[in-house]
Ligand binder design. Structure first.
Ligand code: ADP
Length: 536
């Protein structure tokens, strides 16, 4: 710790809240620039919605959401339409203030007219979301899952998921929402910070009981009831990868702004907390992503009224220590060269006992499936793990990795979703000045011209109108007034518009993919021409 400033460069920087130090020129930082902004409720909802527009089925793990106050009329209209088409639909909605945490300011409503739009604190921006009325219950209680995910690198994308997480329980038996019980937070909200104040909260040293348990203990329970736990894990992995794919385009814009290419800068990694709710049918639903998940391994206990003491929490310790330890092992600056690791994998494969289907090698960080080359997500279930040849490494005494690589391991199954990433690459190319996050009108015109998108049906005057219309609307939403110009989301909207215009009859994702191909083709041709001219 450097309370009075740092003198020497470090190899790993562990920032408490967010990426904040522009004076770091080497090493690795445990936070990505822009991550805190990206996982706020409104920004996350927008990023997921863009993906839902392109791939509605693939992104149906996030409840239908509207952004307040600007989408209030849309919310009212859509709910009315859905009720008209299905009179038996009796929805409940949950209103969550943007940037809130620990259940702060959250309330449930039955009708759009119950939204508290007036009054100082309630008029702040929020997300209103369809409430999941039929969650999976254990011991008659609602619970959610906190899973830890390591985003090890943005380019190339590398994602790891911890094999165990936490399950946080409500403290009142669950009932489906009615006007009478809507206000009962101990029944509907799983936040630890709320339920700890309930008289029913149970601190337990046992991972299988109490108000906070390990996720693996829930899986064991489900498995003994005959549930398909492998399928559940595979769905969770898929949810995590898809969510990160929704976040990466904008993260890349932030990244190039804080650490522009060519500038000696640090690389970043980050531990994220994914909050997931299981529906009764075991479908995992994303509630939110936390950029700064609590890593506390103690909890407060009230010894006498008003007198608190910190006592160890074995459940937190079991899950969180492993996550931090493995993160440090994975980003270890002293790690040997890839060639050594490759040789090591080969030698491990020769040594492993073939009766065990999986082994996890702590040095090469791979979960190896020995008996068959099963590349499906199903091999993600709890594995029989063993370390290889621990005597040869200084890490010999450490337990095996709890963080499992899921990307690029499963890249083949998800790469088709990364369309907005490619749109962001076009956006970044035309940003011009290093360090900016918004595109000026000249940059937008150059993009149109270089990609040959203007023609007799779409004049440069129309290009300017499109730029002004969309940019003004996004800037009026009041997201970021620091810079003027077109933000990435506005560019994505303009890009979708252009794609729809050019490829009329296709589904949206095909229109967008075709336009990306078209732009990339023309830009590659231009680069080639410039190269030849340069040589000439
Ligand atoms: P916060 O950041 O304030 O904790 P969350 O989005 O995590 O906000 O919501 C708080 C709690 O509310 C969650 O832990 C969960 O128990 C409940 N919750 C949130 N969204 C939904 C939803 N769409 N359906 C059902 N329960 C929800």
């Amino acid at each position: 710790q450097f309370p009075f400033g740092r003198r020497l460069p470090c190899d790993i920087y562990w920032h408490g809240v967010s990426f904040h130090d522009n004076d770091i020129f080497s090493g690795q930082v445990n936070k990505f620039p822009g991550m805190t902004e990206m996982v706020r409720k409104i920004t996350l909802s927008r990023a997921v919605r863009t993906m839902q527009d392109l791939f509605p089925l693939e992104y149906n793990f996030y409840p239908r959401s509207w952004i307040l106050p600007e989408e209030f009329p849309l919310f009212v209209d859509e709910v009315r339409m859905m009720k008209d088409s299905d009179p038996s639909w009796k929805p409940t909605f949950i209103v969550k203030p943007d940037g809130g945490c620990q259940g702060d300011g959250i309330y449930l409503i039955k009708d759009p007219s119950d939204i508290r739009l007036t009054g100082s604190s309630q008029s702040r921006p929020a997300v209103v979301q369809e409430y999941i009325c039929k969650p999976l219950l254990v011991d008659k209680l609602k619970f959610d899952i906190r899973l830890y995910v390591l985003l090890k690198s943005l380019e190339p994308l590398e994602i790891y998921i911890a094999k165990d997480g936490l399950s946080r329980f409500c403290t009142e038996p669950y009932q489906e929402p009615t006007l009478k019980n809507l206000h009962q937070v101990f029944m509907h909200l799983t936040n630890y910070s709320l339920n700890i104040h309930s008289g029913n909260f149970i601190h337990s040293d046992n991972v299988n009981t109490g108000s906070k348990r390990t996720f693996s203990s829930i899986l064991c329970r489900l498995s003994s009831r005959g549930a398909d736990v492998k399928k559940l894990w595979s769905d969770i992995i898929s949810l995590v990868i898809k969510t990160i794919i929704a976040l990466t385009p904008e993260l890349k814009v932030y990244y190039q702004s804080d650490i522009p290419a060519g500038k000696p800068g640090p690389t970043c990694f980050q531990i994220l907390g994914f909050d997931i709710l299981l529906m009764k049918n075991l479908k995992p639903m994303l509630l939110e992503v936390n950029a700064n998940p609590s890593m506390r391994i103690e909890h407060e206990q009230e010894l006498s009224p008003g007198v608190f003491e910190n006592v160890p929490s074995p459940v937190d310790e079991e899950v969180k220590v492993a996550v931090i330890r493995d993160t440090l092992r994975l980003v270890d600056p002293q790690k040997k060269k890839r060639k050594d690791v490759q040789q090591h994998i080969e030698s491990c494969k020769n040594k492993v006992d073939i009766r065990c289907n999986y082994f996890l090698c702590y040095r090469c960080q791979t979960l190896e499936h020995v008996s068959e080359a099963n590349e499906e997500l199903l091999d993600a279930g709890p594995a029989d793990r063993r370390e290889c040849d621990s005597t040869q490494s200084p890490e010999g005494g450490l337990p095996s990795l709890c963080l499992k690589q899921v990307f690029p391991k499963y890249a083949k199954q998800f790469n088709y979703l990364r369309l907005v990433d490619r749109v962001a690459a076009l956006f970044i190319r035309f940003l011009g000045v290093k360090g900016t996050t918004k595109l000026g009108p000249t940059g937008f015109r150059t993009f149109i011209r270089n990609c040959k998108l203007s023609n007799s049906n779409f004049s440069m005057a129309s290009v300017d109108i499109l730029y002004i219309d969309i940019t003004r609307r996004w800037n009026n939403m009041g997201i970021d007034h620091k810079e003027s110009g077109m933000c990435l989301q506005a560019f994505v909207e303009a890009f979708f518009c252009l794609a729809q215009k050019k490829y009329k009859s296709l589904p949206l994702h095909e229109q967008v993919a075709s336009l990306i191909d078209f732009c990339e083709y023309h830009l590659a041709a231009l680069d080639e021409k410039r190269l030849v001219c340069g040589r000439g």
